[in-house]
Ligand binder design. Structure first.
Ligand SMILES: *[C@@H]1O[C@H](CO)[C@@H](O)[C@H](O)[C@H]1NC(C)=O
Ligand SMILES: *[C@@H]1O[C@H](CO)[C@@H](O)[C@H](O)[C@H]1NC(C)=O
Ligand SMILES: *[C@@H]1O[C@H](CO)[C@@H](O)[C@H](O)[C@H]1NC(C)=O
Length: 585
């Protein structure tokens, strides 16, 4: 009886601000067990992942159109980051979850060892984006075969396992951390430390350049990895040095129009869910509203969020007629055309999660800053607000935080509106009418639901060391530690194109006489991309006004073939850019 009247009251309030929250609360409460069950069903060896190894996460049970019955390192690591948070934060400490985490560790140790088209475990293979679910390399020619390497995977895996390691150390389970986890984490950290300054495909597997999400998660992995290394008496120096370099580089993505340009290449607007995902996956409440690490409540991250959201207002039919301060459906990036370029559940949920994360911190620190950078964001909810610090005792604090809470709930409501009654979440929902589209039961959609629910409940993930970081005054490149001011006057962006016919699984690399070309190291040679096969390409910043020798090499199944002698020579000009066109010799 009492419950019934509460229910009636909630309905009576619809149309008022409270209705927003009650709908979101109800949806999240209902969806929580569904998302958990459907997520677990996509982890081998059982359920919808039958045929996959134990602990192997399938991206989706969809085997055709689109074929997602593979295991991606990024998706897997994000899924297990969510599971590990549930376990370590005491949300679900069931024996089943513990078994899943153990299986994750065992399966990733095995996946790291698989030689693949990106290389072997020591020659770049960790950057391979996806594998077959039976622990073999993916060598298919079609469907994403072009999008390698993707250098966020090792960073995300290291982070998930480091959170797990820290929890186990807290339980004095040192042996397991040292013997089983650290070797896996260390390989990933070494990969990140050595390769962060190489081009990468972005998280959507389309653009080969530098990518904000990748840089942000790489930074977090090294920072957190360095702290773990220190705790278990391993060397942390390299990780800390490269983390500083990454933090410096991370700042360069911010642009004066008030948002983060997601990729340095790609020729798009640069407005991309990439950046919102970067913020939520590097959330550290201890860092407050720090903009250097792009915390969810930082002025930069809020300005970026609204710029990203607004990019979808006019392009999706389902967003038409919605006021400028109300939530809308959002997708990966406005120029997207994949499967018709629709909104994605995980992208819309990420917006809600960033705002819930922001609310956690404002409530913890009992104040909220409005800066020139975040003014436009806050003025959406109160056009008279001015820059300043508002303590939690002020009415401005109360009205702004409740408006932001409503705005956040609005994104959940969009997802709720377009979720079918069985609670299943596919990858996309139609821009025209909200019908679910593309891969069914996308595992990442469920992980995104679980992390949004945690944030909505005010759950604070463990700190990773974002607090109090300062940006080095001059950015250094990674190679050899001796790089001049990167991107500064001292370098010229040189593009190497080489015409080389290859057999499938064979890749072309470049090495040469300077640090930037890895000093004739075949192991660390730079991977070229085959976007314009049979032309293989890479762009490298080389010292201006210098003469450099180099050669291309082929790698196939672990075997290395050098070009014939003599060495190639390039004269790097004093400024500008330069394109070198070669034919394999
Ligand atoms: C340490 O954790 C591992 C992995 O879950 C587990 O198998 C092992 O029993 C734990 N050891 C102790 C001493 O708790
Ligand atoms: C390498 O680092 C330098 C210095 O931070 C930066 O300017 C450059 O864009 C980076 N290149 C890549 C591919 O990450
Ligand atoms: C290489 O080819 C590009 C495009 O055709 C051209 O712009 C460039 O000048 C060429 N480079 C050299 C060194 O000839």
């Amino acid at each position: 009886m009492a419950r019934f009247s509460v229910f009636l009251t909630l309905f009576a309030l619809c149309g008022h601000a409270l209705c927003q929250s009650s709908t979101a609360d109800q949806f999240l409460a209902q969806e929580s067990p569904i998302a958990k069950a459907n997520l677990l069903a996509n982890i081998g060896p059982d359920g919808k992942a039958a045929g996959a190894g134990a602990g192997v996460v399938i991206a989706s049970p969809s085997k055709t159109d689109p074929p997602y019955f593979f295991t991606w390192t990024r998706d897997t690591s994000l899924v297990f980051a969510a599971i590990i948070d549930q376990y370590t934060l005491g949300i679900d400490q069931s024996a089943n979850l513990r078994t899943q985490i153990d299986n994750f560790v065992t399966s990733q140790a095995r996946i790291q060892q698989i030689s693949n088209p990106s290389g072997t475990i020591t020659t770049g293979g960790l950057g391979e984006p996806k594998f077959n679910v039976d622990f073999t390399a993916f060598t298919g020619k079609f469907f994403c075969a072009w999008g390698r390497p993707q250098r966020d995977g090792p960073a995300l895996r290291a982070t998930a396992m480091t959170v797990w390691a820290n929890f186990l150390l807290g339980q004095n389970n040192v042996t397991y951390v040292q013997n089983s986890l650290w070797p896996i984490i260390q390989r990933d950290l070494d990969y990140v430390a050595q390769n962060w300054n190489q081009t990468t495909f972005d998280l959507w597997e389309e653009v080969s350049s530098s990518s904000f999400f990748t840089t942000a998660v790489q930074h977090r992995s090294l920072r957190q990895g360095a702290a773990l290394a220190t705790k278990i008496s391993q060397s942390a120096t390299t990780y800390t040095t490269q983390a500083d370099n990454l933090l410096c580089f991370l700042q360069s993505y911010w642009n004066t129009a008030g948002f983060v340009t997601a990729n340095t290449g790609g020729g798009r607007s640069g407005k991309d869910a990439n950046t919102v995902l970067a913020s939520i996956h590097t959330f550290d409440a201890a860092a407050g509203c720090d903009s250097v690490t792009f915390q969810p409540c930082s002025d930069r991250a809020l300005s970026n969020l609204i710029t990203y959201v607004n990019a979808f207002r006019s392009i999706y039919t389902i967003n038409s007629g919605i006021a400028a301060n109300q939530a809308v459906a959002t997708g990966r990036y406005p120029e997207d055309s994949y499967f018709g370029g629709n909104p994605w559940y995980l992208a819309t949920l990420a917006v809600a999660e960033q705002l819930y994360d922001a609310l956690i911190v404002w409530n913890q620190q009992k104040s909220l800053d409005v800066t020139a950078t975040s003014l436009a964001f806050f003025q959406l909810f109160d056009s008279s607000v001015t820059t300043g610090t508002y303590a939690s005792t002020t009415t401005t604090f109360t009205s702004l935080t409740s408006a932001v809470k409503n705005f956040a709930d609005g994104f959940v409501n969009v997802v709720a509106k377009f979720t079918p009654s069985n609670g299943g979440l596919s990858e996309q929902y139609s821009r025209n009418d909200g019908t679910p589209l593309s891969a069914v039961d996308l595992t990442w959609s469920y992980a995104a639901t679980l992390t949004a629910i945690d944030a909505h409940q005010g759950v604070t993930p463990a700190s990773w060391g974002a607090k109090g970081l300062t940006v080095p005054t001059q950015c250094q490149r990674s190679a050899g530690g001796g790089g001049s001011g990167g991107g500064g006057a001292g370098t010229v962006a040189v593009t190497f194109n080489v015409h080389a016919e290859t057999v499938f699984g064979e890749n072309i690399f470049l090495t040469g006489s300077v640090d930037e070309l890895q000093n004739w190291s075949p192991d660390n040679a730079l991977a070229l991309n085959a976007d314009n096969y049979p032309t293989w390409s890479i762009t490298v910043n080389l010292p201006a006004n210098s003469q450099i020798e180099y050669k291309y090499i082929r790698k196939f199944n672990g075997a290395i073939t050098w070009e014939s002698d003599p060495n190639n020579v390039i004269n790097v000009p004093a400024s500008g850019t330069f394109t070198e066109n070669d034919t394999w010799r």
